[in-house]
Design a protein around this ligand. Structure first.
Ligand code: 4AD
Length: 423
């Protein structure tokens, strides 16, 4: 008898093949990674499994795998697997991650579709910067040349006749669609040329951005909480084996944590209160905490892991550290922004109510020295029947990290693009 564990990638469970070799057979055991076709009798195996009984004649080899096939042994490190992105999907870990990714994507569409949101596709190449943090990749067809005398001349001769880049967010166009259709969402890639080599930043990530007319900050928060509870509920229902696998191998208690998340209200705190909590914590943070500072991952994790021990919305950030489009609060210091922080990851959602007053928006843009000409379409929204509205952006990979317990964002996307790394 010989035994072969076969897996066609559709499940974490293998099918066992029992080969009756017979007397004096020259049966050669297929090596790890070989692709085979098996013909035989399906019988009931142990623990409600199916086994296939066959003989050497019932096995056809499609593709042999030589001994240098990199996935020889169980328990390869995630770092090693990152060096073979084209093969790592064949491991149980990545098979489970990709399956969770697919189920979450479908659940997100289901949530928005069943609530009458219109799915729109916003452009990936853009002439304006949504977040204004100087993180745009440039798009150009002009190679190196000394032909142009100035920057203006260079861009004027480029493909679009002006400077273009890869979009960091579909929000600005999403707002335009929401002003036409009421409730919209996008689900596509965003690009950030952030030079931050961290476990939670990608240069190309997938972004879900709902935008809703007549919505204020509380509505935005409610939509975000409902959405997360819905998609995580679907995940628990549709991927019990995968969640059990991550619970056993990556984060003990993951299933209980997700179940708890969907059955309790998320926490809520203002930025100003959060700063106080951090200052009074007695913790030694690498980055100092004072009103006006940007919350770093260590601060975000302290708030969600130690203070609230659950997902928490932080609202009303200082206007200086947030984007130009956010609604200015009456205090003159803060904006109606919201970030959702979760244990283990930190920020997974960033959103806001939008400034819909033309003059206030112009003033905020001027304070930031923005070129208003590039935003004329966006500004028109405030001229022609402006209404309160808001939305948020969910980083899809950060959601997958949170729901699988995978600690590095490079391990939740098929082919990660990060600073200094592309293939
Ligand atoms: O907070 P951000 O920058 O917000 C926006 O882009 C808004 N325009 C969204 C909106 O209101 N429509 O990004 C939103 C989310 C973050 O919370 C994070 O989850 C994810 O996008 N994100 C990234 N994920 C992976 N790698 C990066 N470099 C990311 N930058 C942002």
């Amino acid at each position: 008898m010989a035994f072969i564990e076969v897996n066609d990638g559709t499940s974490l469970k293998n099918v066992q093949v029992v080969v009756e070799k017979g007397e004096g057979s020259d049966y050669k055991e297929p090596r790890v990674g070989t692709s085979i076709k098996v013909t035989g009798n399906a019988v009931e195996g142990r623990n409600n499994t199916v086994e296939i009984n066959t003989t050497p004649d019932g096995i056809t080899v499609f593709g042999d795998a030589p001994t240098d096939y990199p996935l020889q042994k169980k328990g390869c490190s995630l770092e090693f697997l990152r060096s073979i992105p084209h093969l790592r999907g064949r491991t149980n870990t990545f098979n489970a991650v990709w399956r969770v990714r697919s189920v979450l994507a479908a659940a997100l569409h289901e949530f928005f579709q069943s609530n009458n949101y219109v799915y729109v596709n916003t452009p990936l190449i853009t002439g304006s910067d949504c977040e204004g943090a100087g993180e745009m990749f440039q798009v150009t067809t002009n190679g190196y040349t000394t032909e142009f005398k100035s920057e203006e001349e260079y861009y004027a001769n480029d493909f679009f006749g002006k400077k273009a880049g890869l979009s960091v967010s579909g929000q600005l166009e999403g707002e335009m669609a929401a002003m036409a259709m009421g409730k919209i969402y996008t689900f596509g890639p965003s690009f950030r040329a952030e030079n931050s080599n961290t476990p939670k930043h990608l240069a190309e990530f997938w972004h879900i951005e709902p935008e809703v007319a007549f919505a204020e900050l509380d509505d935005v928060i409610e939509i975000a909480e409902d959405m997360l509870k819905f998609v995580i509920g679907k995940l628990l229902e549709k991927c019990p084996d995968e969640i059990a696998f991550f619970d056993a191998h990556f984060e003990k208690g993951l299933k209980a944590r997700l179940e708890e998340l969907i059955s309790h209200e998320f926490g809520r705190v203002t930025y100003t209160e959060a700063i106080k909590l951090l200052q009074e914590s007695g913790e030694k943070f690498v980055y100092p905490v004072e009103w006006g500072c940007d919350l770093q991952t260590e601060h975000e994790r302290y708030i969600s892991e130690k203070v609230f021990k659950k997902a928490v919305f932080v609202t009303d950030y200082p206007k200086e550290i947030k984007s130009f489009y956010m609604k200015q609060n009456p205090d003159g210091k803060t904006v109606a922004a919201v970030d959702l922080l979760v244990p283990g990851v930190g920020e997974i959602i960033g959103g806001s109510e939008r400034e819909y007053d033309y003059d206030k928006l112009i003033a905020a843009m001027k304070e930031r020295n923005m070129n208003l000409d590039l935003y004329s379409d966006y500004l028109d929204l405030r001229k022609f029947g402006s209404v309160p509205h808001g939305g948020f952006g969910l980083g899809f990979e950060r959601l997958i990290m949170y729901t699988t317990g995978m600690a590095n964002i490079r391990d939740v996307i098929l082919f990660p693009r990060t600073v200094g790394s592309i293939r």
